[in-house]
Design a protein around this ligand. Structure first.
Ligand code: GDP
Length: 296
């Protein structure tokens, strides 16, 4: 097992107690440990570089006050910069618009998109008392449409009836029409994913966005994605335009690197996290918890 970052920085810096400001040499030694901790947490390389540079600038010349050790001081700078990068607490799904408010889910196949659609529907219905309609736009995999219908039946939340032969944009329009006629507050659109990033998926997601004009476009991303998280989030944000990110499988990820990577490259908030397979395993995102995991 590795020591955590606090211990490692303490080991490097605490022999300096009493020397006043940290020198560049001290800070560079500390930054090697910060870089290592971030890479171990599976933060993407380009994010590690820019993050470490920001911490370095703050640490050089910082005066060590008597009440803390130099190691503790650098840990505090790293912690504060993590929180700063991860964004504010209490991000919410914005449903304040003319009903039915469309919310679109995008992401790779297997990321947990359909499960997350049902989790979000459940939260909006049970906690927020909204009337929600779910629609699957995955015309390539009938099993995916059926999966959403099954989840809907279990939760007693309606899904748009499946009509064979329709294009995703037509289904999106039909869902919004049904939402209007049925007096729904929110329509959740679960789009088709692919196993890898490809142009066809992006073009389709962009077309659905243009047709449905969603109030939120949420990227559902597996927190175990690691280094690929950056490409995934950047591509979807540039090509489709995101309003937020939902991280799934946080229950299986002790490291938290994907959260930092995706937030850093897109600037878009992580709004929710998935913490299990069941439809009640959806939680608010707490930046301090992820920062704690990264610091170890
Ligand atoms: P999709 O292809 O993106 O729609 O993915 P699915 O919703 O079908 O999810 C793929 C698998 O991941 C399923 O077995 C889900 O139960 C599982 N899953 C989804 N979210 C989570 C999560 O937050 N934690 C865990 N442990 N499993 C999840």
């Amino acid at each position: 097992m590795f020591d955590n970052l606090s211990e490692r920085l303490g080991g490097i810096l605490d022999r300096l107690t009493g020397r006043g400001a940290l020198t560049e040499k001290d800070v560079d030694a500390a930054m090697r440990e910060v870089r290592r901790a971030l890479l171990e947490a599976d933060v993407a390389l380009e994010v590690v570089r820019s993050f470490t540079e920001r911490v370095r600038e703050q640490a050089i010349g910082a005066t060590v006050v008597k009440s803390v050790t130099p190691g503790q001081m650098v840990v505090k700078i790293v912690h504060d910069e993590l929180i700063n990068t991860l964004g504010a607490e209490g991000q919410t799904i914005d449903v304040n618009s003319v009903p039915p408010v469309p919310i679109m889910m995008v992401g790779l196949q297997g990321s947990g998109k359909t499960t997350t659609t049902a989790k979000l529907a459940r939260r909006l219905v049970q906690r927020d008392k909204r009337k929600v309609l779910m629609a699957s736009l995955d015309v390539y995999r009938p099993a995916a449409m059926e999966q959403l219908a099954v989840l809907g039946r279990d939760l007693d939340i309606p899904t748009l009836p499946i009509v064979a032969g329709q294009q995703p944009t037509q289904i999106a329009k039909r869902a919004l029409e049904a939402g209007k006629l049925g007096g729904y507050d929110i329509v959740l659109l679960d789009t088709a994913g692919r196993t890898t990033l490809d142009e066809e998926m992006m073009a389709e997601a962009a077309a659905i966005k243009a047709a449905a004009n969603p109030h939120e476009v949420l990227l559902v991303a597996d927190s175990l994605t690691g280094q690929d998280a950056v490409n995934l989030a950047r591509s979807f944000d540039q090509r489709v335009g995101l309003t937020g990110i939902v991280l799934t499988r946080v229950d299986g990820d002790g490291r938290g690197g994907a959260a930092l990577s995706m937030r850093a490259v897109t600037g878009k908030p992580i709004k929710l996290i998935g913490t299990g397979e069941k439809t009640d395993a959806l939680e608010d995102f707490h930046p301090d918890r992820i920062a704690g995991r990264i610091l170890g």
